[in-house]
Design a protein around this ligand. Structure first.
Ligand SMILES: Nc1ncnc2c1ncn2[C@@H]1O[C@H](COP(=O)(O)OP(=O)(O)OP(=O)(O)O)[C@@H](O)[C@H]1O
Length: 250
């Protein structure tokens, strides 16, 4: 299978001095769910921002390495061109337009639509995956629950008809049942539409359950990678990410 997205040896610097990534490499195969694990400040969000082209908005810059999709260089592209190339980032904290209704939020995402289809067709697809959003379509997004806002954030990505969604901490602040519901839908979108996912998660248990491959990053570099089966069996992962007492387990 062809490699969809390749990040190689990436170095990122903010404000000319703060080195956030030193040597970050990862691959997301077409149609895969890949997770990126790491402690606070390891550089996970920076990696997503580098891929989606948002670094310059925060005075950040890629100073070495490459990001390609299907062999095409992404580093030269602006964020709107990267969206057109099929990569859509769902940012941490949802960032829905709180004064606008659910449906107006979806309308706002139509600027990024990649294939000509009617709004009805695009929105029906979103409402099919997230029926609760259909019931709330006329309600201000700011009054939605955290879980519903996360669904809306993913729904906006769907309107764009992405090939890959970059998901930044979708479980943040949500109750376990809602997290499970959202991840089941993420898995369905992946399965049914073939959309690949690059998933940043503090909740390693859920990330390792739904992803097939994972990377661990420390201080801006990739230190471990493997199938999620292999990572789940790794003693360090068990100790530091899954909260397993490896002495007791031994
Ligand atoms: N806009 C910015 N300006 C300056 N430094 C930044 C900026 N964003 C991130 N950093 C720094 O870059 C490093 C990596 O941050 P990043 O947010 O990518 O980590 P993370 O792994 O996503 O952390 P968390 O899990 O806490 O979200 C940190 O040292 C952080 O302080």
């Amino acid at each position: 299978m062809a490699a969809a997205l390749e990040v190689k040896d990436l170095e990122v610097v903010y404000q000319g001095v703060i080195q956030a990534l030193t040597s970050l490499s990862l691959t997301v195969q077409e149609g895969a769910i890949v997770t990126l694990l790491g402690a606070n400040g390891a550089g996970k969000t920076t990696t997503l921002k580098a891929i989606s082209g948002f670094l310059p908005l925060e005075n950040g810059r890629v100073t070495r390495g490459s990001i390609t999709i299907g062999g095409q260089d992404l580093l030269r592209l602006a964020p709107h061109q990267i969206v057109r190339r099929g990569i859509f980032q769902v940012r941490e904290g949802r960032h829905v337009f709180s004064e606008m209704t659910v449906e107006e939020n979806l309308v706002a995402a139509t600027f990024a639509q990649r294939k000509p289809r009617s709004r009805k067709e695009a929105f029906d697809e979103v409402y099919n995956y997230f029926p609760i959003l259909s019931q709330r379509r006329g309600q201000a997004a700011g009054y939605l629950s955290g879980g519903e806002q996360q669904m809306l954030a993913i729904g906006r990505a769907l309107v764009a008809d992405p090939e890959m969604i970059l998901l930044d901490e979708p479980s943040l602040g949500l109750a376990p049942l809602i997290v499970k519901e959202i991840f089941e839908i993420i898995a369905r979108i992946n399965r049914e539409k073939g959309v690949s996912m690059l998933l940043v998660e503090q909740n390693a248990v859920i990330a390792l359950k739904y992803a097939s491959y994972g990377y661990v990053i420390e201080s801006g570099r990739t230190v471990l990678e493997g199938t999620t089966e292999k990572l789940s069996a790794d003693q360090d992962i068990q100790k530091f990410y899954l909260g397993v007492d490896t002495h007791e387990a031994a």
